[in-house]
Write a protein that binds this ligand. Structure first.
Ligand SMILES: [Zn+2]
Length: 348
């Protein structure tokens, strides 16, 4: 069968392998036929040789962590042939740490977790894959063309879940949310904010392309100024750029009792002048919380599946700006700069 693979650590070792072995029964009882995988910046880093780890004893890693497939067989009866399914990306570490021991693999403390298509487990960019029921998430049948958005949605579902848990430390009646960055994560964070009936503001530097209209279609307001220039006091900020000046401005922008969730990963090595004392004073005197959030637990995958099922299907479909057949896989992984989400299509 076909699989899109790389040799981790070797730049430009991306290949379409035609004779990749069928998934071994040990991978899980549920056999799935791939429909599509979404592509993100992590895939680009792995292709560039900067990141990624093949399974133990193997040279090549199958790419793909944003999955969508159709169940071929499930002898456990958890799912049924024909059901849409996505695979949870992360698996608990083998120790396990206190969090992985209770299946909170997204909160792993020792970093020894594994991840499909990223770290020590084969990805989903292959014709067929297998999953144990615990790591298989069923999707609404209407999500056939957009279900590969479940993985990025699970990341923002966790962010919102933790924002709300932190909010419950005291009386919590949020009205305004600011999302910085209108990439797939920012737009999906804005979708979940609009589903909470907040007044939603999205900030991005793009003045053209599909982003402004996608934001307005959610009933949200699109801004291209700096965060500091915004005439807003958001109760919630979800930072999705990882750009240091935006991150710092976002931390300073929250309203009293505000919560700032950081989801963007900065590359580091960049220094900017910054008044740390003023930030400290503001956080203390306003009871503000700044926290980081990554990955997602099983509960967040289920919350994400509900959020996608409730969302406007045509809005979700317009996040997918290119859909590339597997035979043209190199085009799919080539970044154009204009894309929101590129999808590698296994059904074509
Ligand atoms: Zn762990």
């Amino acid at each position: 069968m076909r699989a899109v693979t790389v040799t981790p650590g070797v730049p430009d070792s991306l290949r379409l392998t035609e004779d990749w072995p069928e998934p071994a029964p040990e991978e899980g009882a549920i056999l799935v036929e791939a429909l599509a995988v979404g592509i993100c910046g992590t895939d680009q880093e792995i292709i560039a040789g900067e990141y990624g780890e093949a399974p133990p004893g193997q040279e090549r890693l199958v790419l793909g962590h944003e999955s969508l497939g159709r169940v071929l067989e499930d002898p456990t009866g958890t799912l049924h042939p024909g059901d849409l399914v996505a695979g949870v990306v992360r698996r608990p570490d083998p120790v396990p740490c206190a969090n992985c021991a209770v299946d909170e693999w997204d909160m792993c403390r020792n970093g020894r977790y594994t991840e499909h298509g990223i770290k020590g487990l084969p990805g989903f960019a292959r014709d067929r894959w297998r999953l144990p029921p615990k790591f298989a998430v069923g999707l609404d049948p209407a999500l056939e063309s957009v279900g590969m958005l479940l993985e990025p949605t699970s990341v923002v579902a966790k962010a919102w879940d933790h924002i709300e848990r932190i909010g419950r430390r005291a009386e919590w009646k949020p009205k305004t949310a600011l999302i910085t960055g209108a990439g797939p994560i920012g737009l999906l964070a804005a979708l979940l904010a609009s589903q909470r009936e907040l007044s939603v503001h999205v900030l991005d530097r793009n003045t053209t392309g599909p982003k402004p209209d996608l934001v307005r279609a959610l009933g949200a307001t699109y801004h291209t100024s700096t965060v500091a220039e915004l005439d807003l006091a958001p109760d919630v900020v979800v930072e999705c750029t990882g750009a240091p000046p935006v991150v710092l401005d976002a931390m300073c922008k929250a309203a009293p009792n505000g919560i700032v969730c950081l989801t963007g990963v900065s590359s580091g090595g960049r220094t900017i002048d910054f008044d740390a004392g003023a930030l400290n004073r503001e956080l203390v005197l306003e009871n503000n919380v700044v926290f980081g959030s990554v990955n997602a637990g099983r509960r967040h995958w289920e919350l994400a599946a509900e959020a996608l099922a409730r969302a406007d299907r045509s809005w979700l479909a317009s996040l997918v700006t290119r859909r590339v057949p597997v035979s043209a896989y190199r085009e799919a992984y080539a970044s154009t700069g204009d894309d929101i989400k590129v999808v590698l299509d296994f059904a074509q």
